[in-house]
Design a protein around this ligand. Sequence first.
Ligand code: URA
Length: 210
Amino acid sequence: MNSNVHLIDHPLVQHKLTLMRRKDASTNTFRRLLNEISALMAYEVTRDMPMQEVEVETPLETMTAKVIDGKKLVFVSILRAGNGILEGMLSVVPGARVGHVGLYRDPKTLTAVEYYFKMPKDMEERDVVIVDPMLATGNSAIAAVERLKELNPKSVKFVCLLTCPEGIAALHKVHPDVPIYTAAIDRQLNDHGYILPGLGDAGDRIFGTQ
Ligand code: URA
């Protein structure tokens, strides 16, 4: 596998993902499982965050100990399904900043059209983690990465729950430097841009809008 793709195959993640795929999983169950998986994925995506040593006084002694270095991380949600990942990630990194990119898929061309873009200040001093449950055609991911790179962040990573070979190839053709973190690489895309076997429309399943 491409070394810039991190497959998070932890048993807890895989188990929860299987439960989410079931077509009869309720909105409540789907959302709760996505929260739980997102928290677990946050551990993986923050594994290489830079650390610095600080002095700390315990009740017994003074010691040097590690804390995370630098400006706060930014989670960037691709609306609207990306919001389903935010809460779980923020439960692990509560001080993170949050940006939003609004993109919708033109149903005919499947290309991404931007309608909203709001980021925190000082982006050039921050590491960015873009979140979207499904990396399918790659069009939204490519558009979001392109817009974010205009702000010169220190780094950009992409986290999804599910992807497919077509999605990885499309994103890495344009942005090979952006690592992809995913819980599964499914078989293929269908003609409507859905991942097979997949889990259906992630936004509809998170928000109960089917
Ligand atoms: N977006 C979804 O919600 N599901 C897919 O399978 C592909 C894109």
